[in-house]
Design a protein around this ligand. Structure first.
Ligand SMILES: NC(=O)c1ccc[n+]([C@@H]2O[C@H](COP(=O)([O-])OP(=O)(O)OC[C@H]3O[C@@H](n4cnc5c(N)ncnc54)[C@H](OP(=O)(O)O)[C@@H]3O)[C@@H](O)[C@H]2O)c1
Length: 230
């Protein structure tokens, strides 16, 4: 059976890995810097570009699965904070915009394209570090706060969209620690057996997405299918 699927952040380790799993479906790939003609450009920091990108999906297509795989932890100019005294307003706003607001704007503009009649999934890749109850290490203030905000936004979306889309499962997914551009500067702190290749992480996520049920709506789910407390 072929599904209509949209992946945002198709160039990233998680996004690209999921695209490979879904390639036999009717797949819409969205990237900041498209590298092939089948990728649709968008920029998370530009709402109009999000709306324009989504408008390229044909009118008669309803999406069964949407996975937002974008996110940033650092840039050339931004490093994750180790202490509150390192907080900088501009950096905080940038991380919040990319990790919390951006995915919510995708949810805003893609709502009318989500399948209503049968099971559909609106998933965003988040991270365990966004769990307040699981935070025993501290640090990474902006990144942690942005993922916690993302969890709240997705919980809200899961409640709101249920009214118009009773079969929709809106979830945040934790991919584990994945060997990617995002984790590269920090992977030396991770035990080898805890560092997943993108292929490994996305095969776990692919399985989790396939097994989601309506009871999972509004929850945060890890790569092994277990729930993470907010
Ligand atoms: N890697 C880990 O260990 C880990 C652990 C927990 C959670 N996560 C989460 O998993 C998700 C995917 O991370 P990853 O490991 O796959 O990292 P990645 O390889 O660095 O991918 C990040 C993706 O986000 C895209 N992106 C960044 N800024 C964008 C913008 N302004 N507009 C559009 N796209 C933008 C990137 O596009 P470009 O290619 O154009 O830069 C890339 O496709 C993130 O949300 C991350 O927080 C990762």
């Amino acid at each position: 059976m072929s599904f209509n699927i949209a992946i945002f952040g198709a160039s990233g380790a998680v996004g690209n890995g999921l695209c490979k799993h879904y390639q036999s479906n009717n797949l819409y790939k969205f990237s900041r810097n498209p590298k092939s003609s089948d990728e649709i450009p968008f920029d998370l920091s530009d709402e109009e570009s999000i709306s324009e990108a989504i408008s390229t999906i044909p009118d008669d297509i309803s999406l069964d699965i949407v996975v937002i795989c974008t996110g940033i932890l650092y840039t050339d100019a931004i490093q994750p904070e180790k202490a509150v005294k390192q907080l900088k307003s501009d950096n905080f706003h940038s991380i919040m915009t990319m990790n919390a607001l951006g995915p919510a704007l995708i949810a805003k503009h893609i709502e009318h394209k989500l399948q209503k009649d049968t099971r559909s999934v609106l998933a965003v890749i988040s991270g365990r570090v966004g769990s307040i109850s699981d935070n025993f290490l501290g640090g990474w203030h902006s990144y942690r706060a942005s993922k916690a905000a993302l969890h709240m936004l997705w919980r809200n979306i899961s409640i709101e969209y249920k009214r118009s889309h009773p079969n929709l499962i809106a979830v945040c997914l934790h991919p584990g620690t994945v060997d990617s551009h995002l984790s590269a500067p920090f992977k030396r702190f991770v035990k080898p057996e805890k560092l997943f290749t993108p292929e490994q992480a996305t095969s776990y996520l692919y399985k989790v997405i396939g097994e989601l049920t309506i009871e999972d709506n509004g929850h945060i789910i890890a790569y092994d299918g277990t729930r993470i407390q907010p």
